[in-house]
Design a protein around this ligand. Structure first.
Ligand SMILES: [Zn+2]
Length: 347
């Protein structure tokens, strides 16, 4: 896990200043190694996504929009690494000029704009936008896509722990109206696919500000303190973890934190009888899946309420400045100076 930019190390990590010179050397060696893994990971993800675009039916404009988002997100994570990475480093030399002239925006805006999603979530959006298969076929297709990505990772001889853009879990949520039985459109979400505590912190805050439904941002803001959101009857959720050894999905029960934050949900597999998993911060795919459900299904969003009887929409006035200030501060520590947050949106 990365430990912060040079400013961050100077201002916040006394132990670094006080450690022996050889320990500092080891720290920078580790950063150099992580940097190398990030360059390879970005290169793998871009090549894999280009392959996915070739195999799928989306329109030319849709493909361009998603490719720009992928390029921008990879370049952005390069910019905020302790040892910054220039966009060109992620791309083989023979393709650099073509990509730069065809897609200039990601190259220019990776220094000023933030992505609103991590890489696997962008790819998941593309797959769900360009496909409308049945529930089962979609699960199968996602598994095939993931398997293909992992074959790329293995070819480049990276371990799972070294690949920087891994989304370990995907979740599917569905609202089934208890009276009309209508609904059943599945909404998919992925766990955050970026490595490093600061990167995750930034992307969770950005998601709360810009991407996730206000009710999900409310639950995440209060995560662990008792305040939660209560869903109406009829919400179902299933999560699947990708097994890197067997290259397939395995169902997983929700973690304790998700059960506390998202109440009255029918989780599958049922958490009872399973060992309670520890919460890896920001690593829950349920968050994105529930957010999409609430953004896409009016009956579900109208039935949502706070366990503390607070007005969730009004609460955004409290949380927004807090998230915004924290992102700007975290970026500043990474030498990514912005006075106001701007988000990348391909035209
Ligand atoms: Zn969870």
């Amino acid at each position: 896990m990365c430990c912060g930019g040079s400013k961050h190390l100077e201002s916040n990590n006394h132990s670094f200043q006080e450690t022996a010179p050889w320990a500092q050397g080891e720290r920078w060696e580790k950063e150099e190694r992580d940097r190398g893994f990030l360059v390879t990971s970005g290169n793998i993800f871009i090549r894999w996504f280009l392959g996915l675009l070739c195999r799928t039916e989306g329109s030319k404009d849709t493909k361009k929009r998603y490719l720009e988002k992928v390029l921008h997100a990879v370049f952005f994570f390069g910019q905020i690494h302790v040892l910054p990475i220039e966009p060109e480093e992620f791309i083989a030399e023979e393709h650099q000029q073509r990509l730069k002239s065809q897609y200039p925006a990601p190259f220019e805006q990776c220094r000023s704009h933030l992505p609103t999603k991590t890489l696997c979530s962008i790819a998941l959006d593309y797959v769900t936008e360009t496909f409308s298969p049945t529930l089962q076929r979609m699960d199968q297709y996602l598994e095939e896509c993931n398997r293909d990505l992992w074959q790329h990772v293995q070819e480049m001889q990276l371990k799972a722990s070294e690949f920087a853009f891994c989304a370990a879990v995907v979740a599917r949520s569905v609202y089934k109206d208890p009276r009309s039985k209508a609904g059943l459109q599945p909404f998919y979400g992925a766990s955050l696919s970026c490595k490093g505590w600061a990167q995750r912190r930034i992307m969770i805050d950005v998601s709360c500000l810009e991407t996730w439904h206000p009710a999900v941002a409310y639950a995440v803001y209060h995560g662990g303190t008792g305040k939660a959101i209560i869903f109406p009857d009829g919400v179902w959720s299933k999560a699947m973890r990708f097994d890197h050894q067997f290259l397939q999905y395995q169902e997983k029960p929700p973690c304790r934190k998700c059960r506390q934050m998202f109440q009255k949900v029918n989780f599958r597999p049922c958490p009872r009888g399973h060992r309670q998993e520890k919460w890896q911060y920001g690593n829950c795919a349920e968050t994105e899946a529930f957010s999409k459900l609430l953004q896409g299904n009016r009956a579900a969003s109208e039935g949502i309420r706070s366990s503390a009887n607070e007005n969730i929409e009004a609460f955004a006035n409290v949380t927004e400045p807090a998230f915004r200030a924290r992102v700007i501060e975290e970026l500043r520590r990474r030498n990514f100076e912005v006075a106001n947050l701007q988000f990348f949106e391909p035209v």
